[in-house]
Design a protein around this ligand. Structure first.
Ligand code: MOS
Length: 701
């Protein structure tokens, strides 16, 4: 590997150092302001009215009782709401017509002097419906199921290589198994919230968003104004996991209500309405077929997934995509099928595609290991490709084998007895499992500005977003390395659409995309400072950079992060409860830029994978046409007591084909292998293969 090309900062070298989050004190002392914590003078409060039928038309909205309540200033409906312009996302076309495409679709919005009055008014709105028959159940043989041309992320819906059917029929060892993942919900701690106000034709919103640039553009299109007349601020964001990656109803509704009433308006979505309003991970039914010789080398691989989307918009969970990256097989088929149902529109949830897809593929690899009596770590190593199977491109770097070996070593895998159901502790059965992980390296153009002030301090401006990851801190580290100055001299300004436009905090691409622009601006400023003679002018020196050209140039390499996840579980034979005892991940994700915040991203992802494996999931009630589990009392996410000994490590991977920092993304890969590692451990513990997540006691018993 060639040495990394990036500049070294002054000692202590800032890249990789475990600096604490710059805004940590503000957050833990409660002084950090989130979107709903801004209360401009005269602020009104909004509360939405969701549809109570799963499909049909609104025939009448009676707002008289609501408007008669004290403190109520308006009720917006499709009859009196502002006509919006075109946005590229039809889920934002709110209160524009009488159509109800799914239960929970917003049909009215109450606005009042207080939150309590707004809520009472929303309850008092009487909506009449002409319901139509609805269909919310995903079945693989659904008559309206089709093969989409592309899956989410622009991936081809179907890929074929060689002749899968013939090779599978001829294979001496096969696996043919179907796995299901239910709908999953993002449920960030901070609900989707906005505070909006219009001042002399200028719209300013504080929005809980993963990227204010896109929110700004969409609001400008919807309200038919110039993007310069819109300011979107997302200063602090309490998580998103993809659900805040695009503008959501709250920001449009708050801006509409503020426009309608002439007052600032605040709207925070009720937790129980979020599943229907902010996207979800679509359920998948995944059939994986593997064929191999006695040596364990794959000769046939097929991954076919069926999923749902809404009637509003096509979103296809790209769960068969990781099978195009992971293992060599001369004959392969990867197919997506989707059916539009009368359900809320699915969207991104942490590692869309990879998280559910790798659950199925890595479970099937474990089944193959059992069938062949080959160690599952070894089986994966035997199927390590030389080039990316889908494209035959060289990998920029691929250290899956290294991650598996180091993980096995750290976990103590070598002493594992492969026999199932033989480790007993009283009523408990114990087992261990392993799974691989992958996530693509994504990058998007971003612009940044670096400024040197006359007093010797520096400032970086870029519309990056901190969704809890520590974006400010790592960008200060990147800037310090480029400028060769101590990081504490650098002020970081992020979280506003008035700043130079940048990638959203998503696709595990934030730090790479922003960092590249910050690096370039920093290097440019450093060069100008070097050439400058005499004291700086009173207004300092500024350099700007954007990465449009570099990003458009692309790369001839297949670029992905890899990882290996190991898990130990206990299964209670009396209650059926599965508990994780130990989770250990080793990741190969390029250069790690801040070991403290990176570790917290890895273990956060692994924790979410633990939830996916053991407790998270909702069902669509066929009668009501709605998610049955809509709050945190019924949709269970891991609490601290559920999270066992959890360890994340990484390999020092030097990859010169990425960006000037040499980083890959780390936000999503932690979730990817975790569910399969846990499910494989449950099989090892019990001898029973369960293929429907989550592995709740009712299924285990
Ligand atoms: Mo992530 S699902 O790209 O925010």
């Amino acid at each position: 590997m060639s040495p990394a090309p990036f500049p070294l900062g002054p000692p202590p070298y800032p890249l990789g150092a475990p600096l604490v989050r710059r805004e940590g004190r503000e957050k833990v002392t409660g002084t950090a302001r989130y979107a709903a914590e801004h209360t401009p003078p005269g602020c009104a409060y909004a509360w939405p009215v969701p549809a109570t039928v799963a499909r049909g038309r609104v025939t009448a909205v009676d707002t008289a009782a609501a408007l008669a309540l004290p403190g109520v200033c308006a009720v917006l409906t499709h009859e009196n709401a502002l006509r919006l312009g075109e946005a590229d996302d039809p889920t934002l076309s709110l209160l524009q017509d009488d159509r109800v495409p799914h239960r929970g679709w917003y049909v009215a919005l109450a606005v009042a002097d207080s939150l309590e009055a707004a809520r009472a008014a929303a309850d008092a709105v009487r909506v009449g419906y002409a319901p139509e028959p609805h269909d919310v159940l995903l079945t693989t043989g659904h008559p309206r199921m089709y093969e989409p041309g592309t899956a989410n992320g622009g991936h081809p819906g179907t890929r074929e290589r060689g002749d899968f059917e013939t090779a599978f029929a001829a294979a001496p060892f096969i696996v043919d198994a179907t796995y299901t993942v239910p709908p999953l919900h993002n449920h960030p701690m901070e609900p989707h919230a906005s505070t909006a106000r219009w001042t002399d034709g200028h719209l300013t919103v504080h929005d809980s968003s993963q990227g204010a640039t896109k929110v700004c553009e969409d609001l400008a299109a919807l309200f038919r104004i110039d993007a310069r007349e819109v300011t979107v601020v997302s200063e602090h964001v309490g998580g998103g996991f993809g659900s805040k990656g695009t503008p959501r109803p709250q920001v449009v509704l708050a801006a509409m209500a503020a426009h309608h009433t002439g007052r600032p308006v605040k709207l925070s979505l009720p937790r129980r309405e979020m599943p229907a309003a902010v996207g979800h991970r679509a359920p998948t039914v995944q059939r994986v077929r593997l064929g191999a010789g006695a040596d364990g080398v794959l000769t046939a691989l097929s991954h076919e997934i069926a999923t749902h989307t809404s009637t509003v918009k096509e979103f296809v969970e790209q769960a068969a995509v990781p099978a195009r990256v992971m293992y060599t097989s001369p004959n392969s088929r990867t197919v997506h099928r989707v059916v539009p149902l009368d359900v809320p529109t699915p969207s991104w949830m942490r590692a869309p595609g990879e998280a559910p897809g790798m659950y199925a593929l890595e479970s099937a690899m474990d089944e193959l290991a059992v069938a062949l009596d080959i160690d599952p770590v070894d089986l994966r190593i035997r199927n390590e490709p030389d080039t990316e199977p889908d494209s035959d491109r060289a990998f920029s770097s691929r250290h899956l084998v290294g991650a598996l070996r180091e993980g096995a070593e750290r976990f103590g895998w070598q002493s594992r007895d492969p026999r199932p159901a033989v480790r007993r502790q009283g009523d408990l059965l114990l087992g261990t499992g392993v799974a691989a992980a992958t996530y693509p390296v994504l990058i998007a153009p971003s612009a940044a500005e670096a400024h040197a002030a006359a007093d010797g301090s520096y400032r970086i401006r870029i519309n990056a977003t901190d969704i809890g990851t520590g974006a400010r801190t790592v960008l200060a580290q990147v800037a310090a390395a480029a400028l060769a100055v101590p990081e504490d001299l650098i002020r970081i300004e992020i979280g506003s659409s008035d700043l130079p436009p940048a990638m959203l905090a998503g696709g595990s691409a934030g730090t790479a995309s922003w960092g590249w622009a910050v690096h370039r601006a920093g290097m440019e400023l450093r060069a100008r400072l070097r050439d400058h003679v005499g004291p700086l002018p009173a207004d300092g020196l500024t350099a700007a950079a954007d990465t449009r050209q570099e990003v458009a140039a692309g790369s001839p390499y297949a670029r992905h992060s890899f990882g290996a996840t190991f898990a130990e579980v206990q299964v209670d034979t009396v209650t059926g409860e599965v508990r994780a005892r130990r989770l250990l991940g080793v990741y190969a994700a390029g250069r790690i830029l801040n070991s403290r915040t990176a570790r917290s991203q890895f273990i956060g992802g692994m924790t979410m994978g633990l939830g996916m494996a053991l407790m998270e999931g909702s069902g669509l009630d066929p009668v009501f046409g709605d998610f049955a589990e809509r709050d945190l009392a019924s949709y269970h996410v891991p609490a601290c007591a559920d999270v066992p000994r959890i360890e994340a490590y990484w390999l020092d991977e030097e990859d010169p084909h990425l960006n000037p920092m040499g980083s890959k993304g780390i936000g999503e890969i932690g979730i990817v292998g975790t569910a399969a590692a846990l499910a494989n451990a449950v099989r090892h513990a019990t001898g029973v293969r369960l293929r429907d997540l989550p592995l709740t006691p009712d299924k285990v018993l």
